[in-house]
Design a protein around this ligand. Structure first.
Ligand code: DAU
Length: 343
């Protein structure tokens, strides 16, 4: 893969995938400088990047992507020439409780960053999106980059809004923009409201593992490290105006993943607890990622079984990180969302 150079603005770099990406760039691309613009919401955590905070190639700016003045100022002052746009509200269940922040950050925030990018004349705008924009699949098949956009949750709808705005900025203004769509990611520093880290931290504490509905929903799992390498590849060599799916082919049934986590943590299956299903719950996602393999030569390298083992180990060793999260706002969310639920 070609080396990245210049100044790369990463929005949402304090979040799960964003922070993994910042660390990945600093490690693998020594000629790149990174400016991380992040609002530090409940899911953004400065501790995620504490180990690189003093790196001379790294700058952190605390700001909201909806703040047009600050975004434009940062692009100019830092001489940003490429943008990787992660900043987003990402949790489907929260979007079902209240969609306002999702529309604001994901749609309006993307418009603000696009507009600033256009005015600054950046040479690359990479928009990080999700397979959820395609909707849900039955038992077979996989989404390609030209599958229709049929989002089902408010979160997915907000990401679809952002995707079509990015496309419009490319077509209308010639902005050199690319969209990537990934499947479910897992890895270190993932906020424990998401399925895999939630199952791990509950298992490590001997708490019930809440399984929505029958638990037979299927997700495709990609390790964040593989995703970061794919994003760097697209940033370096992707074609403007294109969409690239970033998948792994590692489809798993939710119940099987939860059972494996119980096995890895030495906990009994009696902790599995079926709870009320998520409204509009997408049955299955699967991505066809032949295009990125064919055009850019990227392929996933971390298989799910060793990847999951490694991540369980990471959470076991970083209990200070997640225990601090569990003691904050998370407790109220967890109580409001799961409190007393049984099927
Ligand atoms: O596919 C990419 C998407 O993956 C990203 O765009 C989203 O930001 C990310 O949150 C994720 O969406 P999902 O809805 O698939 O992820 P989540 O971790 O919320 O749930 C994964 C599966 O596990 C889903 O079928 C719902 C189920 N689940 C989830 C939670 C939190 C449970 O059974 N129990 C739970 O407590």
């Amino acid at each position: 893969m070609s080396d990245l150079s210049g100044t790369i603005l990463v929005t949402g770099g304090m979040g799960f995938i964003g922070s993994n990406f910042v660390r990945y760039l600093l490690r693998e691309h020594p000629a790149a400088r990174i400016v991380n613009l992040d609002k530090v919401t409940y899911a953004g955590n400065p501790r995620n990047l504490a180990d690189v905070a003093d790196d001379s190639r790294y700058v952190f700016v605390r700001a909201d992507v909806c703040d047009a003045h600050t975004v434009a100022e940062v692009l100019a002052a830092q001489r940003v020439d490429q943008i990787v746009h992660f900043a987003a509200e990402t949790h489907v269940d929260r979007s079902i409780l209240e969609a306002g922040d999702f529309i604001r950050t994901n749609v309006e925030g993307t418009r603000v960053v696009l507009e600033a990018a256009r005015k600054a004349g950046v040479r690359r705008f990479l928009h990080v999106s999700t397979d959820e924009v395609y909707g849900s699949l039955g038992a077979s098949g996989a989404f390609t980059e030209i599958s229709p956009l049929q989002p089902n949750s408010p979160y997915a709808a907000s990401k679809t809004g952002a995707d079509v705005l990015v496309r419009a900025y490319h077509v209308t203004y010639g902005l050199p923009a690319i969209i990537t769509r990934t499947c479910n990611n897992y890895g270190p520093y993932q906020f424990p409201e998401k399925f895999i880290p939630l199952m791990i931290v509950n298992a490590l504490r001997g708490e019930p593992l809440p399984i929505y509905g029958d638990g037979l929903y299927v997700r495709e799992w990609l390790h964040a490290e593989d995703h970061c390498r794919a994003l760097a590849t697209v940033l370096a060599a992707g074609r403007s105006g294109e969409v690239y799916n970033i998948g792994s082919g590692e489809e798993r049934v939710n119940l099987d993943v939860a059972r494996e986590i119980l096995r890895l943590t030495g906990q009994p299956e009696t902790l599995l607890t079926h709870v009320k299903d998520r409204p509009g719950h997408d049955r299955r996602y699967a991505l066809d990622h032949a295009k990125i393999r064919r055009e850019l030569g990227w392929k996933p390298e971390i298989s799910f079984a060793p990847g999951l083992r490694q991540v369980v180990e990471w959470y076991r060793q970083h209990d200070i990180w997640w225990r601090e999260i569990l003691s904050g706002e998370y407790r109220n969310y967890y109580q409001a969302h799961y409190g007393g639920q049984r099927d």
